[in-house]
Design a protein around this ligand. Structure first.
Ligand SMILES: C[S@@+](CC[C@H](N)C(=O)[O-])C[C@H]1O[C@@H](n2cnc3c(N)ncnc32)[C@H](O)[C@@H]1O
Length: 363
């Protein structure tokens, strides 16, 4: 057993870090509306994975973090990666982090007025997304987060800030401005400060140790070292006739917030003031087949488990042939699924989002 020190509720406690299945089962990952989240598909995915033997796993496109988290609950070593900083911070807070919490005094310090607050959000976004009070809260919070000791604590606070900002947007996204979609529900009416405090509480409830050295990365998938994984779980963005797969476009505000827009190129001519999207090899019809081929090649030494949908391009059969180039055995499991995100508001809940969800297992 590894003895570690953990700060919780302002008190330094000594705890033992080991994997307790009971503690893992009690820990709770915050619910998410993240585009493409596999949260409701977890029972399907985990039941199919139970036939495989693995001890070290990579979730290469971790997004909301729910799959990596469920794998952490199984007691295996988990590495989680996503090129979005907001996704990275949630992975560092809940997957890499086994025992660090924000104390009450640190939480109080995060809420205090800070003379160094710069007002960038208030100035740049005005009433596009939030009230002045909420903008000022986020501006001030950013200055306070810079004074928190340690990268994991900063990740915890940033994750809560991102979650609060998403909760205060209809559908959790930043592709439109103003009150569109505003239905007066409690989450939208609540102050940013209250949302932030709730989010901290929910993230704290998710922290547990599985006794392993888990890791979070923020890289383009092709820049990851592919060595040493028994299993790689792959859940790329996929283009479909109904939806693009531009995560930066949907989540640009929280992505900008993670660095306070340092080095981010804001597209001034856009009404949303979004940042320039990160290029990804999976986002074009012309490039997607080639990108999957290179991805499977990159991780060819590991078992590959790929989530995919019947709406996706390339097709199911193309995906099977691509996987067969690198792996002897390819199984296809499927179930029905309804995604909550369409490309356009009127398509949410329409049949275009009802798909067959596939899980390819290639070994
Ligand atoms: C379908 S989502 C993953 C959803 C996740 N499995 C979940 O359950 O929440 C795809 C993710 O891939 C990330 N992504 C897209 N292109 C990437 C790339 N080239 N390298 C790393 N991450 C990438 C996106 O930011 C997005 O979070």
């Amino acid at each position: 057993m590894l003895q570690i020190e953990t700060e919780r509720r302002g008190i330094i406690q000594t705890t033992f870090s080991f994997f307790s299945p009971a503690e893992a089962a009690k820990s709770q990952f915050p619910e998410t509306k993240y585009m493409g989240s596999k949260q409701v598909l977890l029972p399907f995915i985990l039941s199919r994975l139970s036939a495989l033997r693995f001890d070290r796993v990579l979730d290469a496109f971790s997004g909301s973090g729910c799959v990596a988290y469920a794998l952490k609950q199984q007691g295996v070593e988990v590495h989680a990666n996503d090129f979005l900083k907001s996704a990275f911070h949630i992975a560092r807070s809940t997957i890499e982090n086994n025992a660090t919490f924000l104390s009450d005094s640190e939480l109080e310090a995060l809420l205090k007025p800070n003379k160094k607050a710069r007002g960038f959000i208030e100035f740049t976004f005005g009433d596009r997304y939030f009230t002045s009070e909420d903008n000022r809260f986020l501006d001030n919070l950013w200055a306070n987060i810079q004074e928190l000791g340690g990268p994991i604590k900063r990740s915890l606070a940033l994750t809560a800030a991102c979650r609060a900002a998403m909760k205060k947007r209809p559908r959790g996204i930043f592709t439109f401005t103003g009150m569109k979609g505003w239905d007066g529900r409690r989450d939208l009416r609540m102050s940013m400060k209250d949302q932030f405090l709730i989010a901290i509480h929910q993230i704290h409830a998710a922290i547990f140790s599985n006794g392993r050295k888990n890791k979070a990365f923020c890289k383009d998938v092709f820049c990851l070292d592919p060595k040493g994984y028994d299993l790689v779980y792959i859940d790329t963005p996929y283009i479909s006739p109904y939806s693009d797969c531009d995560y930066t476009r949907r989540y640009h505000f929280i992505e900008g917030y993670c660095t306070y827009w340092k080095d981010a190129e804001i597209l001034e001519h856009t009404s949303t003031r979004k940042i320039k999207s990160y290029p990804t090899d999976f986002s074009t019809r012309a490039g997607a087949v080639d990108a999957f081929g290179r991805l499977f090649n990159h991780f060819h030494n590991s078992d590959l488990v790929v989530s995919y949908s019947s709406n996706g391009i390339p097709s199911r059969d193309q995906m099977v042939s691509l996987l067969k180039r690198f792996k002897r055995k390819v199984e296809v499991h499927e179930t029905e699924h309804q995604y909550s995100h369409g490309n356009h508001h009127h398509k949410v809940g329409s049949n275009n989002n009802a798909v067959r969800e596939y899980l390819f297992i290639a070994s």
